[in-house]
Design a protein around this ligand. Structure first.
Ligand SMILES: Nc1nc2c(ncn2[C@@H]2O[C@H](COP(=O)(O)OP(=O)(O)OP(=O)(O)O)[C@@H](O)[C@H]2O)c(=O)[nH]1
Length: 365
């Protein structure tokens, strides 16, 4: 049992981490794109400016060769939404910049100073890495990138040591910046998640609220249409609820709502979508069920709910059932038809299931 809880906790953690990385990608995508454009522009300016400062063995057009791939990477990053793709593109950008820095240093009399711009990369890019693996790869690239030039170029030992010391400092700064940024962003992500959950969930019953239900149901109906599967909706309303409140107080009414939602949740399958859409009104979307199956489920629910005792007798519900006419019927229209059938059940005497098969609604029980 403990192992089961442990593995579920790990799965939840992994889900949350994945969600967090997607959140980061959404938040930072535009910044990553902007930084790539700035890096491309900075590379062009530095390469052109260096022709006036120091000699190079390579002509300017060759040294500007990384510009086109850098631009392509930046443009692709603008469209990328997958975190992994963004990370790979950012790493490619660093690789191209490192290649460019090496190109610009070939044959330079002051090769050592040519690789110095590479020291900016760890700090400048510290905020763009979405995970630990891409950060580590990036730091390794930054540290090792200019080493070929430093080792084979005409550079003295002092410059190599100076470069290594500065690079260590840059990587340490970058690590601290990233760690604090990641901590702040994770706290913000968790807070936003909590706020979103509270905004979507009913405090009393813990069920989804109307707007979130509509949003999720819309998505589910779209998927069901693609899979060519049916769907039905139950609209459930507690009977004579005002009487319960008036005669026994709102606390008794609240307790009945909690008991009712517990029964509904207990009877719902993993794929069903259950919500409290009004005071004592609930909706249950049943993916994959046709009208006959949905009516049977509704009838079973009605009977199970009856086992809950209110202070003045059994808790009863009136249920309207509607089958979705995919693909044209919206969730709002489906809800309205199920609501209409539920009202019909109220008129017929309550504590019953009515389906909205045709205008003269058909009674099931
Ligand atoms: N205790 C409690 N009562 C609520 C809550 N939300 C809505 N209600 C009450 O639910 C009652 C609904 O009353 P009506 O719409 O007249 O319906 P009803 O009395 O159930 O009558 P029928 O639906 O026709 O059977 C109202 O008295 C609302 O105040 C809630 O969260 N807690």
């Amino acid at each position: 049992m403990a192992a089961l809880f442990e593995s579920r906790r790990h799965a939840d953690d992994a889900d949350q981490r994945r969600e967090y990385v997607r959140y980061l990608a959404r938040q930072r995508g535009p910044m990553i794109h902007a930084l790539m454009l700035v890096a491309t522009l900075a590379y062009a300016v530095a390469a052109i400016a260096s022709t006036f400062i120091r000699s190079s063995a390579l002509p300017l057009p060759l040294r500007l060769a990384p510009l086109l791939p850098l631009l392509l990477v930046a443009v692709t990053a603008r469209r990328a939404s997958e975190p992994r793709h963004l990370s790979l593109l950012a790493l490619l950008c660093v690789l191209l910049l490192e290649g460019g820095i090496n190109l610009n240093s070939i044959g330079s009399v002051h090769g050592g100073s040519g690789v110095m711009p590479g020291l900016l990369l760890p700090v400048a890019s510290s905020v763009i890495w979405l995970a630990r693996w891409d950060f580590l790869c990036a730091m390794a690239l930054c540290a090792l990138g200019p080493l070929p030039m430093l080792l084979i170029g005409d550079i003295d030992h002092t410059q190599v040591v100076q470069y290594l010391v500065y690079m260590c400092i840059a990587i340490m700064l970058s690590t601290v910046l990233r760690a604090f940024m990641a901590r702040t962003l994770f706290a913000q992500f968790q807070l936003e998640q909590q706020l979103r959950e509270r905004a979507n969930t009913d405090d009393l019953t813990g069920l989804l609220l109307r707007n979130r239900f509509l949003e999720l149901a819309r998505r589910t109906l779209r998927e069901l249409h693609q899979q060519q599967r049916p769907a039905c909706l139950l609209y459930l309303d507690a009977d004579h609820f005002k009487l319960l409140n008036d005669n026994h107080g709102h606390a008794a009414g609240d307790a009945a709502l909690v008991a009712l939602s517990r029964v509904l949740r207990g009877q719902a399958r993993g794929t069903d979508l259950l919500a409290r859409i009004g005071g004592e009104e609930f909706a249950l979307l049943l993916p994959g069920l046709d009208l006959a199956q949905a009516c049977r489920r509704a009838e079973l629910l009605r009977q199970t709910v009856r086992q809950v005792e209110r202070p003045d007798g059994p808790l009863t519900i009136s249920v309207g059932v509607a089958a979705c006419h995919l693909p044209h019927e919206s969730i709002e229209a489906l809800l309205a038809r199920a609501d209409q059938a539920m009202r019909e059940a109220k008129r017929e005497g309550r504590d019953r299931v009515i389906s909205s098969r045709h205008p003269a609604a058909e009674q099931v029980n």
